[in-house]
Ligand binder design. Sequence first.
Ligand code: R5P
Length: 276
Amino acid sequence: MEVVAGPASPLLASRVADKLNSKVAQSRYKKFPDGELYARVECNSQDAVVVQSVNSNDDLIFLMLTLEALEDKNVTAVVPYLGYARQDKRFMKGEALSIRVVARMIEDYADKVLSVNIHSEEAKKQFENIEEVDAMPVLGKHFKGEDICMISPDVGAYGCVKVAAQSANCDFDYLEKKRLDAEHVAMETKNMDVKDKRAVLIDDIISTGGTIVEATKILLEQGAQEVKVGCVHPVFASYALNRLYTAGVSEVIATDTIERNVSEISAAGLIAKALK
Ligand code: R5P
């Protein structure tokens, strides 16, 4: 088996290869002056594992080109961050069900798909053969031994925070969120007393940071001594990290499903275990 490192996930791919004692295949990616993309892969094994997150349209096309280049192999597409999973239903009449398009594209070429903390069950159901691994235990473990409580910024991530908190061995709770539009949310607290506590906000995805910024404000208003943040997928659109620190967050920690400078926790072990 050889691991193919897509341009969005070079570090994670090499970590997965290490865990599997596998070679990283030679690959070359480039963008032409007109914006078109190019991929070339030299893979000598019959089994290939492509590791490529989809956090942009270019990421998606690079993934597809890589899979196409490996058309004669048995290919597992590891898509650690599965973009478009939040458009998992037609919220308004006439909308495209984006994740269905992405699922069909990937499954047209890959024999199997593996992802980490897929945003929703609805998104997962658009795939015929997908496996999901949960990075919440490793995220929670990072905080083990700290005197903290874990808070979900909304009821949707309550299951995630529960798993992370069990791993961190700490108390947990959630905030109620009301989404006003794509970029703005309002929140109300739910039976929690964070006064003088160190709180860790946990979410699956941080995109614009709007959800976490609002949650941070509420926790600080309620007297939290400190607010840290942990997420699996640090999308960080629109200068989100800057917004988080400006809002008073003292630390942000994430996994390497998207490779950022806060991606201190690796999902490689989980991915390698699932591949074995
Ligand atoms: C929503 O359901 C997700 O779990 C995240 O809370 C959301 O995607 C975060 O988005 P943003 O950072 O733009 O508020």
